[in-house]
Design a protein. Structure first.
Length: 292
């Protein structure tokens, strides 16, 4: 790994400078929460569910290792949705406890914060793999047709499409995902690779909803990704597929003291439509001349 400073670094007191003690208490004080709903995402299928702001939701392994592809929208405004690439820049390429999932422009605010991760100690394995991936995105039938020449209608993209249709959304609303429990990295040729999922029954990833959310998840048709989906060794990974569990918890008011849903980004949206009152070219020329 390169010993180079990150490009996106926050100043003290910014929205990136989170109160870890607050989120740590949410994870640790289990008596301060109450299960409100639970769901099962069947193999090779998708599911959408709502999470009110100030609630916790947990994605868990219920039977065996399984990858899930997660999308998020603002419940009341689906134009505001999870922005995987900006989250990758502001947080990490593989996320874990205290990382936040950010929304698209012009809103740019935390949608959810990861408060607990049973795989937090996985780190980087001997082949450079890490879990909870933001490097890649969902598998889809379009790429599958390009790579294999065959049609298959139950890729993660299609599973997410079916999941959100009852909520008034469609294929155009499905977006780049958080690959939950997925182990990935970059090889020596700077190419994306996927490894067998290291999660086991009982493992989980837990989120605090910062705003009212519509969530959708696909139970990946690749199962635990131990079988190649494309290439000369490709085979049907059906035997590696397992369902995933989802739980939603209400949180006692005492645990939420001092917290409020984040506002959208305060930038006013001028975008330079009104030209600046200074001549940057002249300032640059004068600066260059004075330095000679």
């Amino acid at each position: 790994m390169a010993n180079v400073a990150a490009a996106y670094r926050a100043t003290s007191g910014s929205i990136l400078d989170i109160d870890r003690n607050f989120y740590r208490r949410l994870a640790q004080e289990q008596d301060g929460r109450k299960l409100t709903t639970s769901h099962t995402v069947p193999i090779r299928d998708g599911l959408a569910w709502e999470v009110p702001a100030g609630h916790i939701f947990r994605i868990k392994i219920t039977q065996g290792p399984q990858v899930g592809d997660l999308n998020l929208w603002s419940l009341h405004n689906p134009r505001e949705r999870f922005w995987a690439s900006r989250t990758r820049q502001l947080q990490h390429a593989h996320v874990s406890t205290f990382d936040r999932l950010w929304s698209t422009l012009p809103y740019l605010r935390p949608m959810a914060t990861i408060i607990d991760d049973s795989l937090a100690d996985y780190g980087m394995d001997d082949e450079g793999g890490r879990v909870h991936d933001l490097l890649g995105t969902r598998c889809d039938p379009y790429v599958n047709r390009l790579l294999s020449g065959e049609d298959f209608d139950f890729h993660c993209h299609s599973n997410l499409v079916r999941a959100v249709l009852p909520h008034g959304l469609d294929e155009r609303d499905v977006h780049d995902v958080l690959n939950v429990f997925q182990c990935t990295g970059l090889n020596d040729d700077d190419q994306y690779f996927m490894k067998a999922c290291p999660a086991r029954k009982g493992d989980y990833l837990e989120f605090f909803a910062e705003i009212d959310l519509l969530c959708a998840m696909s139970c990946c048709p690749g199962g635990d990704l131990s079988v190649d989906l494309w290439g000369p060794e490709a085979a049907d990974p059906l035997q590696t597929c397992h369902p995933l569990g989802v739980e939603v918890y209400a949180v006692e008011d005492d645990l939420l003291k001092g917290w409020s849903p984040p506002e959208p980004a305060p930038y006013k949206g001028g975008h330079g439509l009104q030209r600046p009152q200074v001549d940057w070219a002249e300032i640059k020329a004068n600066s260059t001349n004075s330095g000679q």
